[in-house]
Design a protein around this ligand. Structure first.
Ligand code: DLL
Length: 445
């Protein structure tokens, strides 16, 4: 069974995507002035931050003044939970999405219909850049629901006119059956799930050329070039990276083109900056630092200078695809302690909160690894005095209960190991709470 060639050089919105850089900057300046006024007038929290810094909307005449604005961080978003940063009437909002958050406080992002349209344009651009068109059958195995992956790609797929298979995540046998029977040509999921599907196909005796896939759009977690090669080989496809975060909309803030060497940021909608994570100083293009986004068109949840905590480099070199948007490299790590495990954002403090809640002392260690392309999460916790009984069944029951409580908080299941009191090494400095063995594979988030 042959595979169709991917038509290259297509754009979803050519005029915007190939706009000369000077024009992009002019457009950003114009939008920024308007957006700052919108936020100042409608978001009391940010107005107060601006007032504290002594900045008014009149001080912002264009992108050259961006540095004057205060940053927003995840801590601000938590403080404003659930709707303290909402800039429009609730009746004008049509959707929310949310990330997992520490100690139960999630980040809740609101969207108006215009926000959804703009976001869908972004994911449509990513699909077309990966060779997608209305000839394609696009299988979405990102989770649908509060997570932005499923709904975000779905909206773009409809805009492009693909036949959309809204599979959501999991149930690999069904994914494979639909992929084969409905002749999916593009698959969208986390890279680790793509690798797992590839392995499962091989186990079932399928060769890469037996499926109809030509491309995959993978993101939401870190992946390496080696992983890209493995996935491309096992599925017989071209694998493209896609980046985004709930706070700024979702997938599609940036996406890869045929060059497959960095993601174009949709600069007509978002301004990207790189800052020194310690000092907040804006760094020149090409420097490694923390990625900061300003959303120029969002109505409901318009974040200005949001610190992503993702460490990365921006480059603006001429790209053979014709797009003029600046490129971000694959995120190289984080400036906070967030981990992404099976596509879910996890903070050690969330696990600690559960342990304390269940009456355990905060003596624990979290071990993360990737085995056969699946992330594993093991939590070692010191049993309470008197907990240690000879009855293995009792211990297993307690471990299961703790694992259930952690799953309820994170949405993913850990394996809990109760260990002898005082057996977890005490540290004289900062406790080493997390051992992330995925680093040996080059995975840094
Ligand atoms: O992960 C949105 C998304 C869905 C992106 C589907 C791509 C595909 P959050 O759950 O809010 O949103 O997590 C955002 O995930 O700050 C990065 O640390 C990480 N991340 C997202 N995409 C990539 C990627 C979605 N391509 C956080 N490579 C971000 C590495 C990524 N890390």
């Amino acid at each position: 069974m042959g595979k169709d060639m991917i038509p290259m050089g297509s754009f979803f919105q050519k005029e915007a995507e190939t706009m000369p850089v000077e024009q992009i900057k002019e457009l950003q300046s114009k939008k920024l002035v308007k957006q700052v006024k919108h936020v100042y007038d409608n978001v009391e929290y940010y107005r107060n931050l601006m007032n504290e810094k002594g900045v008014t909307p009149d001080d912002i005449k264009g992108i050259e003044d961006l540095y004057k604005l205060p940053f927003l961080s995840k801590a601000d978003l938590r403080e404003c939970y659930p709707d303290g940063l909402l800039a429009v009437d609730r009746k004008n909002c049509v959707r929310i999405h949310s990330t997992s958050g520490t100690t139960g406080k999630r980040v809740v992002a609101f969207y108006t219909q215009n926000d959804i349209d703009m976001w869908n344009d972004c994911t449509a651009r990513a699909i077309v850049a990966a060779g997608g068109s209305d000839e394609d059958t696009l299988q979405i195995c990102y989770g649908y629901g509060l997570f932005t992956g499923g709904a975000g790609i779905d909206g773009g797929s409809h805009k492009v006119g693909c036949l959309t298979l809204p599979m959501s995540s999991g149930n690999t046998d069904r994914q494979i059956q639909f992929m084969m029977d409905l002749k999916s040509t593009i698959i969208c999921c986390t890279p680790s799930y793509a690798a797992y599907i590839g392995e499962t196909l091989a186990e079932k005796g399928y060769k890469p050329e037996d499926n109809h896939l030509k491309a995959g759009i993978f993101g939401a977690e870190a992946w390496t070039e080696e992983m890209r090669r493995d996935i491309e080989k096992s599925l017989g496809i071209k694998a493209y990276d896609i980046y985004g975060l709930t706070e700024i909309s979702g997938p599609g803030v940036a996406f890869e083109c045929c060059e497959q060497n960095g993601m174009h940021i949709n600069e007509d909608h978002f301004i990207a900056e790189i800052i020194d994570p310690d000092t907040g100083e804006v760094l020149p293009e090409g420097s490694k630092g923390e990625l900061v986004f300003t959303a120029l068109d969002k109505e409901a949840f318009p974040l200005l200078r949001y610190r992503t905590r993702d460490i990365c480099v921006l480059t603006r070199e001429k790209c053979s695809c014709g797009r003029t948007f600046v490129k971000m490299c694959k995120p190289m790590g984080r400036s906070d302690d967030m981990m992404i495990i099976r596509g879910v954002n996890v903070f050690p403090s969330q696990i600690e909160a559960v342990l304390l809640n269940e009456g355990y002392a905060p003596n624990y260690q979290i071990m993360v690894d990737r085995v056969k392309n699946n992330d594993t999460l093991d939590v070692y916790v010191e049993a309470k005095e008197g907990d240690f009984s000879d009855k293995v069944k009792d211990m297993a029951r307690k471990e299961k209960k703790l694992a259930g409580a952690i799953k309820a908080m994170l949405g993913i299941s850990p394996v809990v190991h109760l260990v002898a009191p005082k057996s977890i090494q005490r540290s004289e400095g900062k406790a080493v709470r997390v051992i992330d063995k995925r680093k040996r594979l080059g995975i840094t988030i």
